[in-house]
Ligand binder design. Structure first.
Ligand code: NAD
Ligand code: TYD
Length: 354
């Protein structure tokens, strides 16, 4: 793994992964030549997420603005940078947008992944690994009991999760049919720095900070299994290095929380860090709004395989991770303001008429 192509490296998890690889993974200078980030820079892609990286690692980090649906552009990048490893994050990633406007999800998540696999097939003599980053949402919804394992049948509910399921199937098919070396990971909900504030946690942090309404879908009883983003990045890197080719690994935080409890936790922490001038509580800003159609009730990951085979364990608890995350958003008002003056604000305005 000398020349690593990261797709979607300017998004939330991709940017954290590029930073993790270069700064924290223990990768030494002689272990690799270059990390190449290919990103279209959609509304969710932000070059600022990797500010300073090119300067800090001269000749080691390269950015290519391109669409993964453009097979010729991807092929050219793979040849030019002599890519031997691909880690694929690029996707349309927000469930609510997939319900409102599914088209881009089908294109990027299915067609884009197919294109990358075709380029991989063309260069199979030189490419040694394709790691596909996916979600636990492909498994559908759990009731009150049970966990998703790697054997759980796929049963996606939203256009987003259906498109990710299709991409997972394509990756597996290319392994079985053409013998291409692949690994797949299905991870639970991530949170941490650089997450675009359309997702629950950054949306609530920023709205609560600004004393705006906190929209909670339905009754707030839906459960997600939260994982700090760097723990996800470390798991991916472990799977790429030590995972069995052709295998799938579930990644999760063993950290199930009801949405309403996540929102209240953020409110309580912010009340301590930045008390409201009128002495009020941010919880009073919570509003229960119309539920998401097809809203999955509960996600919970069984990651025994990853723990037992590769020895992975998360470092952050929700308590430590959420404090780090809130602190990051408060300490980066420039990033927040630039993100908010663009697409984010117009999406939120359209959603809630605020
Ligand atoms: P994100 O929306 O923050 O970032 C996606 C990135 O992909 C952006 O930089 C965007 O510009 C880029 N992109 C989109 N379409 C593209 C295209 N056609 N060509 C090139 N680049 C394109 O998403 P994220 O939350 O960082 O998620 C990354 C991956 O992880 C996705 O595949 C997602 O399904 C998966 N995942 C996310 C979570 C989560 O909680 N966020 C959990 C599990 C898995
Ligand atoms: P989200 O961050 O969009 O992730 P996903 O849908 O992929 O799990 O949402 C997390 C949970 O929070 C989900 O159950 C929907 C809910 N939610 C709200 O209650 N209010 C909101 O404003 C958002 C964006 C999400």
């Amino acid at each position: 793994m000398k020349n690593i192509l990261v797709t979607g490296g300017s998004g939330f998890i991709g940017a954290n992964f590029v930073r993790y690889l270069l700064e924290d993974s223990g990768l030494r200078d002689k272990d690799y030549n270059r990390i190449v980030n290919i990103d279209l820079l959609t509304y969710a892609g932000n070059p600022e997420n990797l500010d300073g990286v090119k300067e800090k690692f001269p000749g080691r980090y390269f950015f290519e603005q391109a669409d993964i649906c453009d097979a010729k552009a991807v092929d050219d990048i793979v040849i030019r940078h002599q890519i031997d490893t691909i880690c694929h994050f690029a996707a349309e990633s927000h469930v609510d947008r997939s319900i409102a406007e599914p088209d881009a999800f089908i294109n990027t998540n299915i067609r884009g992944t197919f294109n990358l696999l075709e380029v991989f097939r063309k260069h199979q003599d030189t490419i040694e690994l394709f790691h596909h980053v996916s979600t636990d949402e492909v498994y559908g919804s759990l009731g009150a009991k049970g966990y998703f394992t790697e054997q759980t049948p796929y049963d996606p509910s939203s256009p987003y999760s259906a498109s990710k399921a299709a991409s997972d199937h394509l990756v597996r098919a290319y392994h079985r049919t053409y013998g291409l070396p692949v690994t797949i990971s299905n991870c639970s909900n991530n949170y941490g720095p650089y997450q675009f504030p359309e997702k629950l946690i950054p949306l609530i942090i920023l709205n609560a900070f600004e004393e705006k309404t906190l929209p909670v879908y339905g009754k707030g009883i839906n459960i997600r299994d939260w994982l700090y983003v760097t723990d996800h990045c470390r798991a991916i890197w472990m799977i790429m290095n030590h995972g069995k080719r052709g295998e799938t690994y579930n990644i999760g935080g063993r950290c199930e929380l009801k949405n309403i409890d996540v929102v209240k936790t953020v409110c309580n922490i912010l009340d301590k860090m930045k008390p409201l001038t009128n002495g009020g509580l941010r919880q009073d800003l919570i509003r229960f709004v119309k539920d998401r159609p097809g809203h999955d009730l509960r996600y919970a990951i069984d990651c025994t395989k990853l723990e037992n085979e590769l020895g992975w364990k998360p470092v952050e608890t929700f308590e430590t991770g959420i404090k780090k995350t809130i602190t990051w958003y408060l300490e980066n008002p420039g990033w927040v303001n630039r993100v908010k003056t663009g697409e984010y604000q117009s999406w939120i305005d359209r959603q809630y008429d605020v």
